[in-house]
Every structure is written in structure tokens, then in C-alpha cells.
Ligand binder design. Structure first.
Ligand SMILES: [Zn+2]
Length: 125
């Protein structure tokens, strides 16, 4: 399952960062999910909840932020958020909102990124 390997990667990154910072606990994790990352955020969130069990991330508040798809249009030069037709979840159609062209360059919205983590350190109150 795609979401499972994604979730595992996120948790590994969070735990590594937390350990490098001598964290005793992770309080909050913010994950950016691109609209073209081909994952179901709810499903991802569910799997994350299972994977964090018995880790220092166990009690963290995991937040998902959906990132819009940013494009540059080769036809009219438009630069900004695209129109995404994702009725077919696994092959969404990305179009220029200005001229409807499909000849576009996708600049952002394909990745899953751990944006922020809030940790607790031993010397914290
Ligand atoms: Zn265009």
C-alpha cells in the first residue's frame, strides 16, 4: 500500500529529528500533503496513528495540510494554482485555469513533506 510506505517514511523522519534533538516526546507534527501526492490524507492519518504506537511520537497531534498544485503554463505563461480534476483519484487532470491548457509544468503539490515538529526536551517545564 502506497500510504503505508509514505507513513513509514514520515514517522522515521520525525523520530530521527526528535532523537537528534534529544526529545523526550513529540507533541505535534505538521505534514504537508500535495494534492498530486496520490495519497488519501485520511488514510495516511489513520496509518500514522497506528505506526506511532509505542514510539515517542505516540501522543503527538498529527496535522495534515493539503498543498494546492502550483503550475507554470507553457501556452499562456500563467504561474500559480492549477485546476485539478481528480474525479479519477489515481490520474488527476491538471489544467491551466486561464487557458485550459494541459501543457504545463508542475512546480509544487507532488510531495509529502514533514513541515514542522514540536518536541519536548528533558529540561522543559
Ligand atoms: Zn495557460
Amino acid at each position: 500500500m502506497h500510504e503505508l510506505s509514505m507513513a513509514q517514511g514520515i514517522i522515521n523522519a520525525v523520530i530521527e529529528t526528535a532523537e537528534n534533538n534529544n526529545a523526550t516526546e513529540v507533541n505535534e507534527v505538521t505534514v504537508e500533503v500535495g494534492r498530486l501526492a496520490m495519497v488519501n490524507p485520511e488514510q495516511l492519518n489513520f496509518i500514522l496513528g497506528v505506526l506511532v504506537e509505542n514510539t515517542i511520537v505516540e501522543d503527538a497531534d498529527i496535522k495534515m495540510e493539503e498543498i494546492p498544485v502550483e503550475i507554470e503554463c507553457f501556452d499562456c505563461g500563467f504561474n500559480g494554482n492549477a485546476v485539478v480534476d481528480d474525479k479519477d483519484h489515481y490520474a488527476p487532470l491538471v489544467k491551466c485555469p486561464k487557458c485550459d491548457s494541459l501543457k504545463i509544468d508542475i512546480l509544487n503539490g507532488k510531495d509529502i513533506v514533514v513541515k514542522n515538529i514540536v518536541i519536548e526536551k528533558p529540561d522543559d517545564d
